[in-house]
Design a protein around this ligand. Structure first.
Ligand code: NAD
Ligand code: WQD
Length: 345
């Protein structure tokens, strides 16, 4: 049976591009919408080199309803949406809350509004473990309480989950799967696509790989006085290709009515908590490349420790994170080396 087309919003971004690859490899026709606010068109070349197919792409903003209407009219076979399009820098969201609320919420509202008019059955939404704040205990299940958001970015994820729930419960003819990612890291093993941070990276892995290659002098480890075995924070680092694969399963489950629930929520993580210092060790071990680093003070707003209990996704989706942390670190390093080779950075 021919598979319905999947609209991938933010499809030239980090997680979106890896998901487009997995969708195409699973036989799904796709179409990307992206305004290139945090990505570029060369990503399409990378996807094409991996899959042999260039995904169609509409360069437009999801907050532009007329552009979305046009897209749905031009691609009447769209059956599902994966909504990656959002602004995602936590620090920037504190300085520019209106930008974050407008971009992230209007994008979602427009998509939910347009779906029934165009016969689009379901939407997969990129949420985050940030909704759990500092959890009362680890590993975290989907039933853990939602804590007050500490940034406008985090708040957009909480509000988005509520908006989706309200719209689905209103009887709108749509379904949704909400995926709460832990810390996505690494790159496609081909090193054709990966994460492209804008300016000085705020996240650990891009800062680490840029330090390893000499763009940054030293990686600052934010705090070694936390209540953890080595004093540094603990996260659940999930390989981006493993994460992308979960989206294909979620889309299929939604479109093929494999569940009676109109809305489902899954944690996507490995179930393994790794400290910042352990991650640096893993990178050095896996690549043989030294990462100059020093301990500095805590970063305001950081969560001490959070890692997933992914049992629900493992059982219900039949999905499990499979890539070892060493392979993930090697993929991040290969991607950084590819960027250097191409003269990007
Ligand atoms: P990204 O910035 O690499 O990708 C987002 C893409 O969306 C970019 O290509 C950007 O140009 C595009 N975009 C943004 N606003 C748009 C708009 N209004 N219209 C069209 N395109 C728009 O980010 P990512 O890391 O791939 O994250 C994807 C999603 O996953 C986001 O919703 C993010 O909040 C969520 N998420 C990311 C992480 C993470 O650590 N990377 C963790 C949890 C959740
Ligand atoms: C990881 C750990 C830092 C940089 C953020 C968002 C979250 C989610 C993922 C989307 C922390 C430490 C970092 C550095 C360091 N995104 N660190 N030196 O903070 O877990 O999550 O991205 O939803 O919402 O908050 O990720 O990669 O920034 O940090 O020591 O230069 O690495 O303190 O403990 P975080 P991160």
């Amino acid at each position: 049976m021919k598979k319905g087309r999947i609209l991938v919003t933010g499809g030239t971004g980090y997680i979106g591009s890896h998901t487009v690859v997995e969708l195409q490899q699973a036989g799904y026709p796709v179409v990307i919408i992206d305004n290139l606010s945090n990505s570029n068109l060369e990503v399409l070349d990378g996807i094409e080199r991996i899959t042999g197919q260039r995904p169609p792409m509409v360069e437009a903003d999801c907050t532009d309803m007329a552009a979305l209407e046009q897209l749905f009219t031009d691609y009447p076979d769209i059956k599902g949406i994966i909504n990656f399009a959002a602004s995602k820098a936590v620090g920037e969201s504190i300085e520019k809350p209106i930008l974050y609320y407008r971009n992230n919420l209007n994008t979602l509202l427009n998509l939910l509004d347009a779906m029934p008019r165009h016969g689009v059955k379901g939407i997969v939404f990129s949420s985050s473990c940030t909704v759990y704040g500092e959890p009362d205990s680890n590993p975290v299940t989907e039933a853990a309480p939602i804590k007050k958001a500490t940034s406008p970015y985090g708040n957009t994820k909480q509000i988005s989950e509520e908006i989706i729930t309200d719209v689905v419960n209103s009887g709108a003819p749509i379904k949704s799967v909400i995926l709460r990612y832990f810390n996505p890291v690494g790159a496609h093993p081909s090193a054709e696509i990966g994460e492209l941070p804008n300016g000085v990276p705020q996240n650990l892995i891009p800062y680490l790989t840029q330090t390893a290659i000499g763009i940054r002098k030293e990686l600052s480890v934010f705090g070694n006085d936390y209540d953890t075995p080595d004093g540094s924070c603990i996260r659940d680092f999930i390989n981006v290709v493993d994460l992308a694969k979960a989206h294909v399963i979620a889309v299929e489950r939604m479109l093929e009515d494999k569940s009676d629930n109109k809305i489902e929520i899954f944690n996507l993580g490995t179930g393994i908590g790794l400290s910042v210092l352990e991650l640096i060790d893993a990178f050095q071990r896996a690549t043989g490349v030294n990462v100059p680093h020093k301990i500095v003070g805590r970063r305001a707003g950081d969560i001490e420790k959070v890692w997933a209990n992914p049992a629900y996704a493992n059982e219900v989706l039949g999905w499990k994170a499979q890539t070892s942390i060493d392979d993930t670190m090697r993929s991040a390093w290969a991607w950084q080396c590819k960027l250097r080779e191409r003269g990007v950075m």
